[in-house]
Design a binder for this molecule. Structure first.
Ligand SMILES: [Zn+2]
Length: 405
């Protein structure tokens, strides 16, 4: 992940070193200069120079290790380096159907506050969207007596096909327009840098940094909510594809000329599994009582309504087919199932798991693990905040005046 940003923003060698040192300190929490040098296989002098730059910028600070176990042989406490949370304030946002959720964090990732801004219209024009993002962040800042002008970065998670490196949204169910170049819009409306990313990529990032994907090289995250999203981590890096839209599991086709999808095409997996698909299907049968939510469909199925059972049963079969295909394609170590629909069990039932197994090409080795991870919306905002901190770090490292040579 670091590499992608480094290559896209083009840092020089000194900046790359600063960033590596900074990210290593972030991973370790608190660490001595000599340990950084040995773990990054670089010279102590290089580490000393990089940490001096980072300290003078206020991004990291020195702290003394307590206890004697880690003290040096002479009995002096060892000096450790850790992030300085006060360096900056970053906002992570998730744009959902009915609200924008905001999480404010400090530079060390400590959570400061969460805030919800209700949405009256789930599908906005780009201008309204940007204004609403601004209002959400202003609301979050006001709740802790701060101002949006205090923000160092705002990271926005949105469903759809996003080219994160360019802040370009090919298509999103939250936007009335296609092909939105958010770069100029965001810089015109917000006082700090802002970053747009596909929401499921943010979950993959959160899983990699602090969730089930820690220490894993190859894993997939699938989210099922209004739509179906996926984040792909291959060889430790988020895989986005050439145009930034290479993980569109929800729009893989499971039926020729099948159900109409919100993307405008037919037969997409999402058109059988997404919230809107289940609600639409349940209402076709015409109960008299229109169902409004997946919870309604689930409740009706649990109380024995045959039509609701059939809707969920088909969704489970379609989902299983899709997941088998993913295993055949990627052979990951782990598949993480996430998103609001996972609070119901029909996509992770023993029958669905059996179907997944049946659809995977048979080899004499165990299947990848499939785990359900319930995080709710905090996962999206946590991932957005993590992405925001990463991007802010890169920009700040780039801005740093080099320390006295
Ligand atoms: Zn589609």
């Amino acid at each position: 992940m670091l590499k992608r940003n480094v290559s896209s923003i083009s840092l020089d060698q000194r900046e790359v070193t600063r960033l590596r040192v900074l990210e290593h300190i972030r991973t370790k929490g608190a660490i001595s200069r000599i340990d950084i040098a040995s773990e990054l296989q670089t010279s102590p002098a290089t580490v000393t120079a990089a940490t001096a730059d980072l300290i003078s910028a206020g991004m990291i600070k020195e702290t003394e290790s307590d206890g004697t176990a880690r003290a040096s042989k002479r009995g002096r406490p060892r000096v450790l380096l850790q992030l300085d949370g006060n360096f900056s304030l970053v906002a992570g946002l998730k744009v959902a159907r009915h609200q924008i959720s905001v999480l404010l964090v400090d530079f060390a990732g400590a959570e400061i506050t969460s805030f919800e801004h209700p949405l009256t219209n789930p599908c906005m024009d780009p201008h309204t969207f940007t204004e609403t993002v601004r209002k959400s962040v202003e609301g979050a800042c006001a709740s802790i007596g701060r101002s949006i002008d205090d923000m160092a970065g705002i990271s926005i998670g949105i469903a759809g096909l996003v080219d994160a490196e360019r802040n370009f949204v090919h298509w999103s169910s939250s936007l009335t327009d296609r092909n939105v170049d958010f770069g100029p819009l965001l810089s015109g409306h917000l006082p700090c840098p802002a970053f747009v990313e596909n929401d499921t990529n943010l979950i993959a990032k959160a899983e990699q940094l602090f969730g089930l994907g820690k220490e894993l090289k190859n894993f997939l995250v699938i989210t099922v909510e209004h739509g179906v999203g996926m984040g792909i981590v291959l060889d430790g890096k988020l895989h986005r594809g050439e145009r930034g839209c290479g993980a569109e599991f929800g729009h893989t086709k499971v039926q020729l000329e099948g159900a109409l999808c919100q993307c405008g095409q037919r037969g997409c997996l999402e058109a059988y599994v997404g919230d809107y698909a289940l609600i639409r299907e349940a209402n076709i049968a015409g109960h008299g009582n229109e169902v409004q939510s997946v919870a309604d469909v689930y409740a009706n199925a649990k109380s024995g309504d045959a039509r609701s059972v059939s809707v969920l049963d088909r969704a489970g079969k379609m989902f299983a087919m899709g997941v088998s295909n993913l295993i055949n394609l990627f052979d990951p170590e782990l598949i993480i199932l996430s998103g609001a629909q996972m609070k119901f069990d029909y996509l992770s039932s023993p029958e669905v798991m059996t179907r997944i197994r049946q659809g995977v090409a048979d080899v004499d080795a165990p299947l990848p693990e499939i785990k359900v991870h319930h995080w709710g919306d905090t996962l999206f905002t946590k991932g957005a905040a993590a992405y925001g901190i990463e991007q802010v770090s890169i920009l700040k490292v780039k801005e740093l005046a080099s320390h006295a040579d």
